[in-house]
Design a protein around this ligand. Sequence first.
Ligand SMILES: *[C@@H]1O[C@H](CO)[C@@H](O)[C@H](O)[C@H]1NC(C)=O
Ligand SMILES: *[C@@H]1O[C@H](CO)[C@@H](O)[C@H](O)[C@H]1NC(C)=O
Ligand SMILES: *[C@@H]1O[C@H](CO)[C@@H](O)[C@H](O)[C@H]1NC(C)=O
Ligand SMILES: *[C@@H]1O[C@H](CO)[C@@H](O)[C@H](O)[C@H]1NC(C)=O
Ligand SMILES: *[C@@H]1O[C@H](CO)[C@@H](O)[C@H](O)[C@H]1NC(C)=O
Ligand SMILES: *[C@@H]1O[C@H](CO)[C@@H](O)[C@H](O)[C@H]1NC(C)=O
Ligand SMILES: *[C@@H]1O[C@H](CO)[C@@H](O)[C@H](O)[C@H]1NC(C)=O
Ligand SMILES: *[C@@H]1O[C@H](CO)[C@@H](O)[C@H](O)[C@H]1NC(C)=O
Length: 564
Amino acid sequence: MTMTMRSTSLFFLLSLLSLSSASHHRYHDHDHSTSNTNATPTPTSSIQQLCNAATRFPDLCVSSLSNSKQLPPNPTPLQLIYSSLSVTSETARTVQSKVNAILNSAAGDQNRTRAANNCLEVLKSSLYRISITANDALPRGNLKSARTWMSASLLHHTDCGSALKNINDTKLATETLTLVNSLINITSNALSLLFSYDHFGNNTASWIPPRTERDGFWGAVKTSGSGSGSGIAGFKGGVPANLKVDVTVSKDGSSGSYKTVQDAVNAAPNNTADGKRFVIRIKAGVYEEIVRVPLEKKNVVFLGDGIGKTVITGSLNVGQPGISTSSSATVAVLGDGFMASGLTFQNTAGADKDNQSHQAVAFKSSSDLSVIENCEFLGNQDTLFAQTLRQFYKSCRIVGNVDFVFGNAAAFFQDCQILVKPRQAGPEQEGKSYMTAHGRTDPAQATGYVFYNCLINGTEEFMKMYHGASNPEMHSNFLGRPWKEYSRTVYIQSNLQELVSTQGWLPWSDDLGLKTLYFGEFRNSGPGFTPSRRVNWSNQIPAEHVQTYSVENFIQGDQWIPSS
Ligand SMILES: *[C@@H]1O[C@H](CO)[C@@H](O)[C@H](O)[C@H]1NC(C)=O
Ligand SMILES: *[C@@H]1O[C@H](CO)[C@@H](O)[C@H](O)[C@H]1NC(C)=O
Ligand SMILES: *[C@@H]1O[C@H](CO)[C@@H](O)[C@H](O)[C@H]1NC(C)=O
Ligand SMILES: *[C@@H]1O[C@H](CO)[C@@H](O)[C@H](O)[C@H]1NC(C)=O
Ligand SMILES: *[C@@H]1O[C@H](CO)[C@@H](O)[C@H](O)[C@H]1NC(C)=O
Ligand SMILES: *[C@@H]1O[C@H](CO)[C@@H](O)[C@H](O)[C@H]1NC(C)=O
Ligand SMILES: *[C@@H]1O[C@H](CO)[C@@H](O)[C@H](O)[C@H]1NC(C)=O
Ligand SMILES: *[C@@H]1O[C@H](CO)[C@@H](O)[C@H](O)[C@H]1NC(C)=O
């Protein structure tokens, strides 16, 4: 293979991946291979070697990459990764056209329409993430962003599968679901190749299938000053002071201001360039509305007049027809670079079964490089949906009772208060609470929740009920439970009050994830810190590895969180 041919194939891969949302139907022709008179090429040894060494589904890896016509005979690791991204995006586009066909034949069936639309929305996000992985992260050698974005792509494919599971009663729908399941594994393989490339680079002899702390695997980390063993330091930075306001929202719409938050969001330009922001000042008041910040609205900032003064509130919940956990959110953000400061996000729906409400999200974020400071999140079940990508929360208050911080983001919570509120009406009615339910599905996903220097307590009303119960165990509270197989949650140098149960953590159902999750603690304090009585599938983090969970290492915050 000559140099010229090699760079030509690389160029072809890149152009194949360039994102143009108008070109949905262009690239899914790989199943028309009858026009190709050559037999399927035999996999070369380097494809076989790297697929076998590094992926969870090696056969699928070999077969999907060997069909890729662009790869040179003995591809380099990077060429193989570009090719795996190309195969992932082609397959996602094929799914997209099939789901469009489902939508077009839905004939007014609301369940079918909703499932198809949900799937199309997440595929759009996924294709965007794959495209910026290939065209931005990899060319710049930014492997942390590459892993973050492909972790999001995998999450979106999993979500598309969950949506379609509900409508699998036609041939087209079952076919599509089968293809989505294959897409999920293809994406997992691409992410696994990135995992090994990130950790071992071109030294392919060291490549391994993705491992986690639970397998004793800890990646290399940057130690920032403090030195290993001395814990981690708080991150100085957050929402910048003195931001220039672009538009204002007020209840009375006076002097040129908008009356609703959504109107102000709609006024933001598409794709605000990095380094610029669109700042929305939201004056004190209770805004009863549902707010959506779409993928195109980047670097949007909400500035309120303070917690409890500026309040955005809703009451959508899964007990209502057509509402899913995701769509119940009072405020949902897709655009990257979102910031908020000085406001309350609320969902008032109750968690009590008898009140027919259940999951009811106050704030959902899928915004990469997002900073939230001095905000309050009020709800019951599923208050804060930190769904995917990198998010930094500082000095926030999060209130709820069931799984009230949940999702599959890489989120860092610093100096926050996590408060349990009553789930049941009275002290003698039993009700367990879970602060978190992290949902990592794949060991290569660079996701997890870190709580650093946080206070875990109950609200005043909850603590009254807790103490009033004849047996406080009736209101036992857990640091988390594993929503998915590879759930990852750690509490570091945090203050755990008495309401935290001595076992610390609770299973989700049976033994789901108990051998694969990572639940850790490091130098916590307070009456709820009882390390000797914790469940034996949780860990105290070894001091030499605690830097893994610093803002720098966990979410690369030193590269994007404003320092003032
Ligand atoms: C839609 O889904 C709901 C809940 O799963 C079900 O009760 C209803 O029968 C479905 N409607 C149709 C038209 O299939
Ligand atoms: C299709 O739906 C039925 C009924 O909900 C379920 O039993 C079956 O497992 C589903 N098939 C797939 C492939 O998910
Ligand atoms: C895809 O992954 C699932 C779940 O991990 C597994 O059961 C299935 O066999 C895989 N399919 C292929 C084609 O690799
Ligand atoms: C791997 O080698 C290629 C040159 O073949 C180089 O461009 C790339 O930076 C190397 N990757 C890493 C992670 O060192
Ligand atoms: C912003 O992007 C959306 C989605 O692509 C599009 O519908 C809308 O027209 C765009 N707005 C402007 C002003 O370009
Ligand atoms: C549920 O509803 C009942 C009756 O409306 C009410 O008494 C109770 O306080 C509610 N529970 C919660 C937790 O809101
Ligand atoms: C925990 O909450 C209770 C009830 O509101 C309060 O009395 C107590 O001071 C709180 N603990 C800490 C450490 O803030
Ligand atoms: C962990 O505890 C469970 C029940 O408490 C017990 O059955 C199991 O053997 C223990 N596992 C280990 C590895 O100690």
